[in-house]
Design a protein around this ligand. Structure first.
Ligand code: UDP
Length: 475
């Protein structure tokens, strides 16, 4: 294994939340004060296996700067493991979502590989973590570390971001595989009650929604001009290249968007064309291919464009499936009729500077008239909260945590059967043909995220959770 990578993230003044949280702000800062006392001299570690291009990385980027401003020593470690380990953990990821993934087994050989890799990383973590620390281990890639981390005398939370409402044989096989490790955690946190595992005791199982950082480069407000300039700079929209557009970095300094994206397109998006967009990793369960087919059905009789947006290849270190999914999408795009092809833009965003990447995502989400999340399964789907925060009407599959975010018909449109392409096409039509309806939905979406899915309240929830479990275990 390579050494665990320490990811540095800046500091963000909590004060910025004042305007958003209004009456709740004082309660939250008081709680942050209590947390500071409880965590004095202790480190809170966040451990996962990629620093970019997925929901976990996104959340950690937002939690760390806020925790740091609260005076809490929170640090982020990324584990770099060998490719065959990530192939196995991607299989487990898919199984936990109820899908067979690559169809491979979870047998003795896989257990051996899993334990060999996690034992090495666990030993290394054992040298870094000290007794009394608090360690969040995220997702299947880290579950095998639980015994080693427990042995340091730290409090261990396993945060599982994956799940499915109805468990099937695929899910059960993944749970059986991981349970021996996960059972040793002090607490397991899932995104929905349905995702919790029967084999874990109720008093060690907690439910917590993910949340977004409203001030991060991904979600901060951008003027219409900056949105346009970013899109022209990256090559997504036609126009004369402007001076590099600016955004505010996590540490408060000014960043600029300078890099270009890579495209599969016959030409850029026309400035005023209605735009439907989905931003996701290139993953089978995000179903870019299905969305493209739905768009082909929808395309005649209107002038809308479709943007499928994801990270440039190799951007997501623990996701070996990306290149295969992208290659399939490329083939599907190549086979399109010319008149539709010129309205479909497959966009790979550079990941060299994650905050610049985030500003690009931000601009694309704000440029879209409709944002889509056509997932076949979804733990939570941060992209949904991101789109809603930007006041965009979302059309999304009624799967997993997406159902907790969108109230159908009020703050977005939920499609009951994610494979029902006509239903997606109808939803696009209803929104594009009625801008007032779309605007009302966008406003309701923004308000819903402001009430339920912001990062500072969630961090305080976590602090309270740690205080509670430690008090309980001390009894
Ligand atoms: N994302 C990104 N750049 C990309 C594609 C995705 O920053 O090119 C981000 C996206 O904005 C969101 C996260 O990756 O913050 C994806 O989180 P989500 O919960 O939607 O799905 P996951 O990837 O965790 O399954």
């Amino acid at each position: 294994m390579a050494e665990p990578e320490v990811v540095e993230v800046g500091q963000q003044p909590i004060e910025r939340f004042h305007q958003l949280l209004d009456g709740d702000f004082d309660r939250l800062t008081a709680a942050a004060g209590v947390a500071r006392g409880t965590f004095e001299g202790r480190t809170i570690w966040q451990v996962n296996s990629t620093k970019s291009g997925g929901g976990v990385a996104e959340m950690l980027q937002s939690y760390l700067p806020t925790a740091s401003d609260a005076g809490v020593d929170m640090r982020w470690l990324v584990l770099h493991e060998r490719a065959e380990f990530f192939e196995l953990t991607k299989r487990i990821h898919n199984l936990l979502h109820g899908f067979p993934g690559d169809g491979g087994l979870l047998g003795e050989e896989e257990t051996q590989l899993y334990e060999e890799v996690t034992a090495k990383s666990g030993a290394r973590l054992g040298e870094i973590i000290k007794a009394g620390d608090i360690v969040f281990l995220h997702d299947p890639q880290t579950a095998g570390l639980i015994p080693a981390v427990k042995a340091t005398g730290a409090t261990v939370l396993w945060r599982c971001h994956i799940g499915v409402d109805r468990h099937n044989a695929c899910v059960d096989s993944a749970i059986d595989f991981l349970a021996p490790y996960v059972e040793q955690a002090d607490v397991c946190v899932f995104s929905r009650p349905e995702y919790a595992w029967d084999c874990l005791p109720d008093d060690r199982t907690y439910i917590m929604f993910p949340a977004i950082d409203p001030f991060s480069p991904k979600n901060q407000s951008l003027s219409g001009q900056v949105v346009r300039d970013i899109l022209v700079t990256i090559g997504a929209e036609e126009g004369v290249t402007p001076p590099p557009p600016e955004f505010v970095r996590l540490d408060g300094s000014t960043g600029v968007v300078e890099r270009s994206a890579e495209f599969l397109q016959t030409g850029p998006i026309p400035e005023r064309a209605p735009l439907i967009a989905q931003v996701s990793r290139w993953d089978t369960l995000k179903d870019h291919g299905g969305l493209l087919t739905a768009f082909v059905q929808f395309a005649p009789g209107n002038d809308a464009h479709l943007a499928l947006v994801g990270p440039a290849s190799a951007g997501v270190s623990d996701d070996p499936e990306g290149e295969i999914v992208y290659a399939e999408l490329q083939e599907q795009w190549n086979d399109l009729d010319e008149d539709v092809k010129e309205r479909v833009h497959i966009i790979n965003l550079p990941m060299d500077d994650l905050e610049e990447n985030a500003a690009m995502v931000n601009a694309l989400q704000r440029r879209a008239d409709i944002l889509v999340q056509k997932s076949l399964a979804e733990g939570f789907g941060l992209t949904v909260a991101e789109g809603m925060w930007k006041g965009r009407p979302m059309v999304a599959s009624a799967v997993g945590g997406i159902k907790d975010q969108i109230v159908d018909g009020e703050s977005g449109i939920l499609i009951e059967d994610p494979t029902d392409l006509s239903a997606f096409a109808e939803a696009f039509e209803s929104l594009l043909s009625d801008p007032d309806f779309a605007a009302r939905m966008g406003e309701a979406a923004h308000a819903r995220v402001a009430r339920n899915f912001l990062s500072l309240p969630r961090l305080v929830d976590y602090a309270q959770l740690i205080v509670d479990i430690e008090a309980r275990d001390a009894d």
